[in-house]
Design a protein around this ligand. Structure first.
Ligand code: NAD
Length: 504
């Protein structure tokens, strides 16, 4: 069996998905094989949840919720603290498993676990800060206030590319807020989910609770069950715009709530006075990091015509030095794409970009000598924002366009349907402030002299337009996992009505 699985306490190559304090359920569904995208070899098999075991998982999460919501928030924070401590102890092997299963380089896999630890720390602090407002009442001898209560068992559906961190953004906050949860991970990264659930089971057992964190491994059908289930008041969904559209429709039709974290088409504007050293480094990390498979990956460069050629020359030179290879080796910068279909989509997008007037400046070559799912990251210069440029191709393709005025650059920037992350590289205070103003970037995240990817957990994370409008992680994102109650107390001896209404 794989050494990494053993380090994470997973004792078999055939793993039943689990839910419960310390045992592995026979979850009855089909078996899926987790493949290593580097060489296409199987890592281990995981059994999916079927409709029967799904039912018992939801019942468990619902029953557990009735108890968990009564535990004071700072005590719930203790559980989240211990989850964070377990992650600290297992940071290396868990990071390695993420790398093995998704093909992202190990430094990014370990970074993803660090992000989980950070959000646990954040949630522990928040567990003593679930503040509500007090509000001046218009009626004498009345007091108004707002209290925040746990919401219920919630659903968390995640994408393949952040198989651990996205769960934790939701899970650490939701657990601290008093919710229980059912996680439906991507079928392309089920092992990471099983490893995390295993770890969460041990933490729950140490605290004498069960069913706070539950797992339902499966394909889209299990995600669809969660979305349609009226016992689940909130579904936090991370994935493509196409799937998110279905999720939004299904959950809205039962008047449930969603947090939608969907695709992006992130751009960087590079102005005439930008620090090109800084810009090149940020563009490289943003465009080729995680092999272009981040929701925040840099996909478009909008550069001032006076520095366009210089920037392109430096980017092309930087791309030539990229080392493709085994994601677990320290010298590797770019790993494989997740599936053969992802490779085909990248090749087809480059062909379409060239057919619509673009010029392939570097990359785009298949590299079977490195592995079956390797393609060299590509830069394509395009004369305008053609249809393919406006789409999110989940691969390392960077489209470069040139502009003359900053207003033109911002218009091009915003002229896509997605609205996740954005950046400007400039030494002009005026241009930077314009970009951050209401007339600037229309994205959920807007950066100055920092690339589009690599957000910190302290800020609220999410995007506008077809990215879905959800916010997770820091700031006041915790409010989405609770219900708000407005309380009015009459401590007097009369019953004045609001708006001065006299009745009877
Ligand atoms: P995907 O949409 O193919 O799958 C996402 C999840 O949805 C998987 O777990 C899948 O099994 C599940 N699913 C499929 N059909 C479903 C249905 N009918 N109901 C409920 N769930 C269903 O996405 P992917 O290829 O795994 O991930 C890549 C996409 O995710 C990209 O578009 C990327 O930008 C986006 N993403 C967004 C963020 C963000 O925070 N905005 C973060 C990571 C990834």
């Amino acid at each position: 069996m794989n050494n990494v699985l053993a380090k994470l306490g997973l004792e078999s190559d055939n793993l039943g998905a689990c839910s419960g304090p310390d045992h592995w359920l026979n979850v009855g569904g089909e078996w899926i094989t987790s493949l290593n995208p580097f060489d296409g070899e199987p890592i281990a098999r995981v059994q999916c949840t079927n409709s029967g075991s799904y039912e018992s998982i939801v019942v468990q999460a619902s029953v557990s919720f009735r108890h968990w919501r009564t535990i004071p928030a700072p005590k719930r924070g203790d559980l989240v603290r211990d989850l964070g401590e377990s992650l600290r102890r297992l940071k290396e092997p868990l990071g390695e498993l993420i790398s093995l299963e998704t093909g992202k380089i190990k430094a990014e896999g370990v970074g993803e676990v660090q992000e989980m630890i950070d959000i646990c720390d954040f949630a522990v602090g928040l567990s003593r800060q679930l503040y509500g407002l007090t509000i001046a009442s218009e009626r004498p001898e009345h007091r108004m206030s707002e209290t925040w209560h746990p919401l219920g068992p919630i659903g968390i559906v995640t994408a393949f590319n952040f198989p651990a961190a996205v769960w934790s953004w939701n899970a650490a906050l939701a657990a601290m807020c008093g919710d229980t949860m059912i996680w439906k991970p991507s079928e392309l990264a089920p092992l990471t989910a099983v490893a995390i659930q295993h770890l969460a089971n041990r933490v729950m057992a140490d605290h004498g609770v069960q069913g706070v964190f539950c797992l339902a491994v499966g394909k889209g059908d299990i995600g669809a069950l969660l979305c349609a289930d009226s016992r689940i008041p909130l579904v936090s969904f991370t994935g493509s715009v196409a799937t998110g559209r279905t999720v939004a429709h299904v959950v809205a039709s039962r008047l449930g709530r969603t947090i939608l974290e969907l695709g992006g088409n992130n751009a960087i504007i590079v102005t005439e006075n930008a620090d090109l050293d800084l810009a090149v480094r940020a563009i490289l990390f943003g465009a080729v990091g995680t092999a272009g498979q981040r929701c925040t990956s840099t996909r478009r460069i909008i550069v001032h015509e006076s520095v366009g050629d210089a920037l392109i020359a430096r980017l092309v030179a930087a791309y030539k030095s990229i080392v493709l290879g085994d994601p677990l080796l320290p010298e590797t910068l770019v790993g494989p794409l997740i599936t053969a279909q992802a490779v085909a989509k990248m090749v087809s997008a480059i062909e379409r970009a060239v057919a619509s007037g673009g010029t392939l400046l570097t990359g785009g070559t298949l590299r079977p000598d490195v592995g079956p799912q390797f393609v060299e990251p590509a830069i394509v210069s395009v004369p305008s924002q053609t249809e393919v440029v406006r789409e999110e191709t989940f691969a390392p393709i960077l489209y470069v366009m040139q502009y003359q005025t900053i207003e033109q650059a911002i218009a091009l920037h915003n002229d896509v349907t997605q609205g996740l992350s954005s950046a400007i590289f400039t030494d002009s205070l005026r241009q930077a402030e314009l970009f951050l103003s209401a007339s600037g970037s229309d994205c959920g995240i807007a950066n100055v002299n920092i690339g589009t990817s690599g957000a910190e957990i302290g800020g609220a994370f999410g995007g506008e337009k077809q990215t879905g409008g959800g916010r997770e992680s820091g700031s006041d994102a915790w409010k989405s996992y609770m219900r708000r109650q407005t309380n009015t107390v009459n401590w007097g001896r009369s019953l004045p009505l609001a708006q001065g209404i006299k009745f009877g």
